[in-house]
Design a protein around this ligand. Structure first.
Ligand code: ATP
Ligand code: MG
Length: 332
């Protein structure tokens, strides 16, 4: 154990990762992984919407780990933890839920929007409970910082409230964790409508090959008011330019394209070709590292096993303290 401040953050194993994960979260993880002691969690207790599709979850555990390794997260310096290999998460979530008024969960805007349109019969109790699991994930290693996409902020707010309540009642135990969103807290999907998401078929995956990236970019939604290349176009709110801003490091090229687009002096094709080239240059080293690890599945398994062992050791310490503070050690 080190005395660096700690990060806990995670991803559900429901599929491979995309550019939205990178711009919204992973980029911060990469930047902070040396400065903080990091727990990167594969949140496989929080996939109750995939309860009938465990094959997908099993596969996604490795897909997520490969994407992490591909972007350059370092399992030597950080801990890659599989949530269910640390069952203490369940215990802490349950104990925390004693101090969480039902109304606070019902008012959580992210949960509310995720539950919208699904009947009470069509939903399971575990889905309703996942923000509490997330609070337990964050508090377990006593994390100080939680770098995530914007949709997760209400869960972090609830976690802070739970930490305060616990500390007030039982004495200073948990640090109050801070949320941190990335440069692009909510990267829009290829459709220009919803956020890029694993489940909406509007993503460029980090593992997409160069041809696929090109094809997806060429079919992207742009400025619907622009019919000809000579019409003045809108840059703001245009997903093609958002991706340029997020992933094209050649600022002069992007500025030039924007200027000509606004003036009606460049066609969508050129803007998109340059975007595809920039994205492929960004993704090349990620794909290369990912493929190298995919060829050595034993190394990936070892990283997950070792990280989970370390997560478990930390959790045992936390739970011993929590039980002591709550006076749940009846036989001592
Ligand atoms: P699912 O549809 O299965 O919920 P997801 O794409 O929302 O998948 P999560 O595992 O729920 O992925 O989220 C992982 C992290 O990535 C979270 O911090 C989330 O906020 C962030 N994230 C996901 N999509 C985006 C996006 N389009 N832009 C910015 N951040 C994102
Ligand atoms: Mg999600």
């Amino acid at each position: 154990m080190t005395d660096r401040k700690r990060i806990l953050t995670g991803i559900r194993p429901t599929g491979a990762l995309h550019l939205g994960h990178y711009a919204g979260a992973l980029e911060n993880w990469l930047r902070l992984q040396k400065e903080y002691e990091c727990y990167f969690l594969i949140a496989d207790y929080q996939v109750s919407d995939y309860a009938d599709d465990i094959d997908t979850v099993r596969e996604a555990v490795f897909e997520v780990a490969l994407d992490w390794l591909g972007v350059g997260l370092d399992p030597e310096g950080s801990h890659f933890v599989i949530e269910s290999m640390v069952p203490e998460h369940c215990e802490l979530a349950l104990l925390l839920s004693w101090y969480l008024p039902l109304g606070m969960l019902q008012r959580n805007p992210t949960l509310k929007s995720e539950l919208q349109g699904v009947s009470d019969e069509g939903n399971n109790v575990a889905f309703f409970f996942y923000p509490v699991m997330q609070a337990a994930n964050i508090l377990m290693p006593m994390a100080h910082l939680v770098p995530v996409g914007e949709d997760q902020l209400p869960h972090i707010e609830m976690t802070r409230e739970l930490a305060r309540r616990f500390n007030r009642r039982f004495g200073e135990t948990f640090p109050e964790p801070e949320g941190m969103v990335g440069r692009f807290p909510r990267l829009v999907g290829l459709d220009g409508q919803a956020k890029m998401s694993k489940s909406l078929d509007n993503a460029i995956w980090l593992k997409d090959d160069p041809e696929t990236v090109k094809r997806k970019v060429m079919s992207m939604y742009t400025d619907p008011t622009r019919l000809r290349a000579t019409d003045p176009g809108h840059v703001e709110g245009n997903p093609v330019f958002m991706y340029h801003d997020a992933f094209n490091p050649d600022v002069a090229e992007v500025d030039d394209l924007k200027e000509r687009y606004r003036a009606g002096r460049v066609g969508d094709v050129e803007v998109k070709q340059k975007l595809a080239a920039a994205l492929n240059a960004f993704l090349d080293p990620i794909r290369e590292r990912r493929a190298a690890f995919a060829a050595k599945p034993e190394r990936v398994k070892e990283a997950l096993a070792e990280g989970s062992r370390q997560g478990k050791a930390r959790a045992e310490q936390t739970m011993a303290l929590v039980r002591e503070r709550m006076r749940l050690e009846y036989l001592k």
